[in-house]
Design a protein around this ligand. Sequence first.
Ligand SMILES: NC(=O)c1ccc[n+]([C@@H]2O[C@H](COP(=O)([O-])OP(=O)(O)OC[C@H]3O[C@@H](n4cnc5c(N)ncnc54)[C@H](O)[C@@H]3O)[C@@H](O)[C@H]2O)c1
Length: 433
Amino acid sequence: MSAKGSAAPVGVVGCGWVGLVTAAGFAEMGKQVIGVESDPERLASLRSGEVPFHEPELAEVLEACSERIEFTDRMQDLADCEVAFVCVGTPSSETGEADLSAVDASTGALAALEGPAIVMKSTVPAGTGARVREANSGALYVSCPEFLREGSALEDFRSPARVVIGADEGSDRAADLVEDLYRPLGAPIQRTGLASAEMIKLASNAFLATKISFVNEIANVSEQVGADVTEVAEGMGLDPRIGAGFLNPGLGYGGSCFPKDVRALQALAGSSGYSFQLLSAVIEVNDRQKQRVMEKLASNLGSLAGKRVALLGLSFKPGTDDMREASSIFLAHRLAEAGAEVVGYDPVAREMAQTVLPEVSLAETPLAALTEADAAVLVTEWPELIALDWSAAAEAMSGNLVVDGRNCLPIDDLVGCGLVVESIGRPRREGDT
Ligand SMILES: NC(=O)c1ccc[n+]([C@@H]2O[C@H](COP(=O)([O-])OP(=O)(O)OC[C@H]3O[C@@H](n4cnc5c(N)ncnc54)[C@H](O)[C@@H]3O)[C@@H](O)[C@H]2O)c1
């Protein structure tokens, strides 16, 4: 590695959520950044100053830093970088293992430059770094897993809970460079070996997913025994050994990370000869949780054939238009299979939903979605949906059932408007109860 100095541009490969936020974050810190993007449509929109997805603040920061960021499709343009952050997708393959084709293509192309150190931000199975180094004659390689959350991604870049930097012998100098880049953020920095850094990311996501499935099972038992899971979770969360985070029962986890990362860790464990039994249950509980909403609809409405059901919120969580493995997809498919007419509303994911959910008619407003609906399911806890005028909603609907899939609606208000509310892990509510 030559002594190019801190003026060398920072390279970013793959300009999706992680890559674009990484590029914007370092540009905001005063660095020159070069982003490589292989999708021509995405590249064209980035070059014309458009952000191809919804992420708060991102468009503004990219515009403010536009003189320090350039976008290209040529990996050779990173030849003068000291480090290049690899931020390409690692989706699930059919067997549940991570599909590493984009990782292999980009690391191979980077190694051929014989300049920048490869810094892996994509979530990859433990052992990937060692394999990439071997395939590319010991290229400099650092694992720096990403923990940002869509919807607050830039804030997470600026104030991470920790920065994990993993490297094996021979890549220490590259790890130092990564540490230099992150040190101004003032976050705790953990230096580890390569495989440990890779495992930290997978273990963290698997643990959070486990917490979600655990509290969902507690919710299901609470329903049976007449307890209110909101009170149960609050009481549990007050114990600092447990912590209050990720104890919100609901439709289960979805999105671009948890489902695929849990499957990837399960597959990684399996291929290393270890059966990770807990994760199998976590996945099963998560799948079942969405089915329970279908059961609640059926137990109240009887046959769903010909019924109009409004899905409120389509993205996998608020603050994003990302619909990868969103609960809305499962529900829309099951409802359509049952012969229901499905209408959906989302404040930002409309365009995404047009492609992903062609069977759903998309409404311009929540009230339009609710008009003449027999039932509504709150799928994504967007603030504007929680704060809806529920009395107008009750008037617009032809039925009166609302399934609160995120336990976030003001139940007393809804019941006061004559609605019947089913939620997760709490008693069914209707007038005078
Ligand atoms: N999205 C998140 O919230 C999040 C959080 C933490 C970690 N991660 C991990 O980060 C990685 C990226 O996730 P994402 O959500 O940003 O994915 P994404 O699909 O939004 O973006 C990946 C980008 O890489 C581009 N790309 C693919 N191959 C390329 C190549 N050879 N050269 C240049 N560009 C290429 C794609 O066109 C796409 O624009 C994944 O491994 C994911 O698990 C994601």
